[in-house]
Design a binder for this molecule. Structure first.
Ligand code: NAD
Length: 250
């Protein structure tokens, strides 16, 4: 099947679908200038996840971990939504996409106009004091000198899920309810190696949904869970799907 044929099939499935959702990962924000964890120029080439991405690492060496967080914030705070975020937002506006479950913490879906976004791994927009639990918004924080401190003297931690931390309960519940309910799942820019997020396509498939995967390279879902795998840049494929869908539906 050519990419064109695959896109035509996805558009047909979108037209037939009553409840389509998307699962997105770090790969969709690469075209906005935010590095992913895995893959070419991924963050893990530079930062060992066991030293930078676990909650134990944060508690043990917050100064060191904040060095990486500062670098990431400097990129994400300036980043703008790209054609993938915009196409998904438009599909929602057209009434076709019911929700986006994202593993990303960069708020770019919301910036693009998506309304129903489940942030499976939390958000970088807010931070919590590890001592007193006080909440801050990122705009209130001076990132010149890290780590940032709470008024009480405690270190602030972004409300993102580090390895070893639980998924926020409301997001977990909602994401799995949506996975069971959807009849079409678009899986975009995720390596599908981080659990329990990687279970979402499996649950959707078991519940009868069609699974479409868009990625630069195959993942553990490809040829097992995915009904169609479209190899390529999400920022090129999603706009093509949107354009073909709109042409056929308008
Ligand atoms: P990942 O880094 O493990 O994998 C990224 C995937 O995206 C890879 O499979 C890669 O082939 C693919 N990819 C890269 N560029 C692409 C493109 N232009 N089009 C399509 N696919 C592309 O990401 P993950 O699966 O989301 O899991 C890692 C964790 O990292 C997530 O929990 C996420 O919270 C976190 N993270 C988030 C951000 C962010 O918020 N933007 C950035 C880095 C990491």
């Amino acid at each position: 099947m050519t990419v064109k044929d695959k896109i035509e099939t996805v558009v047909l499935w979108l037209k037939e679908s009553q409840f389509a959702i998307a699962l997105t990962g770090a790969g969709i924000s690469v075209e906005s200038g935010i590095p992913a964890f895995r893959g070419a120029q991924g963050l893990w080439d530079k930062y060992d996840p066991s030293e930078y991405a676990t909650i134990d690492a944060f508690m043990r060496a917050p100064y060191k971990v904040w060095g990486m967080l500062k670098e990431l914030y400097e990129i994400t705070l300036k980043a703008e939504p790209n054609p993938t975020h915009k196409a998904l937002a438009e599909l929602e506006r057209l009434g076709k996409l019911k929700a986006v479950i994202t593993q990303n913490v960069d708020s770019l879906h919301q910036k693009a106009g998506s309304k129903k976004v489940i942030e499976f791994h939390g958000t970088g927009e807010t931070l919590t004091c590890i001592l007193c639990g006080a909440k801050y918004r990122i705009e209130e924080i001076n990132l010149e000198k890290v780590p940032p401190f709470c008024e009480c003297g405690g270190i602030l931690k972004p409300d993102v899920v580090f390895f070893g931390e639980p998924i926020p309960l409301h997001a977990l519940r909602e994401a799995f309810e949506l996975s069971e309910r959807c009849d079409l799942l678009l899986v975009v820019g995720t390596s599908a190696q981080v659990y329990p997020a990687a279970d979402i396509p499996r649950v959707a498939k078991r519940s009868g949904a069609k699974v479409v995967e868009i990625n630069l390279e195959p993942t553990p879902l490809t040829n097992t869970i995915s009904d169609i795998f479209i190899e390529g840049k999400a920022g090129e494929i999603l706009p093509l799907i949107l354009k073909a869908y709109k042409t056929q539906c308008e």
